[in-house]
Design a protein around this ligand. Structure first.
Ligand SMILES: Cc1cc2nc3c(=O)[nH]c(=O)nc-3n(C[C@H](O)[C@H](O)[C@H](O)COP(=O)(O)OP(=O)(O)OC[C@H]3O[C@@H](n4cnc5c(N)ncnc54)[C@H](O)[C@@H]3O)c2cc1C
Ligand code: FES
Length: 311
């Protein structure tokens, strides 16, 4: 087992991330994420390399521990996946040991370190599988399937984006924010039940210095403003002009953010969660009703154009 250099887990308020990306010392209390390898990054909205075909990779658990209240952080040594995963794509993890866990479970990738071959997942314990995962020890081998799904498709020319994250919905947005900050500005609205449930932003030090604004919102007011991410989103869309809105979190929140963005005439993408069986587009268990019929969250999504989704 190697040292990941990604640092110890810890619950860190997302608000702390502002200083970091605005030119401060660290990154939301996390150690710096290494800069992407030369040629590995694409400008926001620019030409993208063709999506890599999915494959099975024997990954090794490097770190696994508490990150926030009921939320864990898993670092996997998975060099092939780390080298080709695009923001918004996901991995399918096996959770062996019980019949109720025969099916793999899908998880977004929070960040990658392509130069050292690490893939980082942030997950909430909600059932048998994720509770099992929380007990998996460093050194355990997990054969993940990746990269899966269609990630964020940032409109070309995007210079100013609004990103809205609810709870662990921050996971698929973290890499997107880092990508957007390479070229433009981002206003991040990050919400959670309370301060101890916040999932922080972790972007490479220096990326987007001075171009990130963050508003933290909690249900109980224990961090940032007391209220709802949707209220802040409404105000921001009234006050400022954005080229693009991206959001992930509880579905009622997604629906409202999508409606607000579309009413303001701003292109919006949503990352949707569905129960998944195969994860590769074969079983139709992850159907999403859209204007063009049922689409598969695992293969046609999980990121969808908000105009397409029938809520
Ligand atoms: C593309 C994608 C990316 C995801 N990324 C993340 C992530 O980064 N971090 C994270 O914490 N979770 C993520 N999830 C959700 C995660 O896959 C589920 O929480 C996990 O599969 C639950 O497994 P379990 O065995 O613990 O729960 P189960 O025992 O299977 O279910 C427990 C409860 O969780 C609900 N649930 C289970 N799976 C889902 C799901 N896919 N969507 C909605 N509700 C579900 C069930 O209805 C049930 O109420 C993602 C899901 C998808 C589809
Ligand atoms: S999970 Fe099988 S088609 Fe999506």
């Amino acid at each position: 087992m190697r040292s990941t250099g990604l640092g110890a887990a810890g619950a860190v308020g997302a608000a702390d991330a502002v200083g970091a990306a605005d030119g401060g010392e660290g990154t939301a209390g996390l150690p710096p994420c290494p800069a992407p390898p030369a040629g590995g990054a694409c400008p926001a909205g620019g030409a993208r390399p063709a999506a890599a075909a999915s494959f099975l990779e024997q990954a090794v658990v490097e770190e696994n521990g508490a990150f926030a209240s009921g939320i864990f952080r898993l670092v996997l040594g998975a060099p092939r996946t780390a080298g080709c995963l695009e923001p918004g794509q996901f991995v399918h993890l096996p959770l062996p040991g019980s019949e109720s866990r025969l099916l793999r479970r899908p998880f977004s990738v929070y960040r990658t370190d392509a130069s050292n071959g690490f893939v980082e997942v942030v997950y909430q314990t909600v059932g048998a599988g994720t509770r099992f995962l929380a007990g998996v020890r460093p050194g355990t081998a997990l054969d993940l399937v990746a990269p899966l799904g269609r990630g964020w498709q940032v409109p070309p020319g995007t210079r100013k984006a609004l990103v809205v994250a609810g709870g662990v919905g921050m996971a698929p947005l973290n890499m997107l924010v880092a990508r957007l900050l390479e070229e433009g500005g981002v206003h991040l609205v990050v919400g959670a039940r309370s301060a101890d449930c916040l999932v922080p932003l972790a972007v490479p030090v220096g990326v987007g210095a001075g171009r990130l604004g963050t508003v933290t919102v909690t249900d109980d007011g224990s961090a940032g403003c007391k209220g709802l991410t949707t209220d802040v989103t409404r105000e921001l869309l009234q006050q400022e002009a954005f080229d693009y809105v991206a959001t992930c979190g509880p579905e009622p929140m997604l629906r409202i953010v999508a409606e607000l963005a579309l009413a303001a005439g701003v292109p919006c993408e949503v990352s949707l969660e569905r129960r998944m069986a195969c994860g590769i587009g074969a079983c139709l268990s992850c159907a999403v009703p859209t204007r063009t019929g049922l689409r598969r969250a695992c293969a046609d999504g999980p990121v969808f154009d908000a105009r397409e989704v029938l809520w």
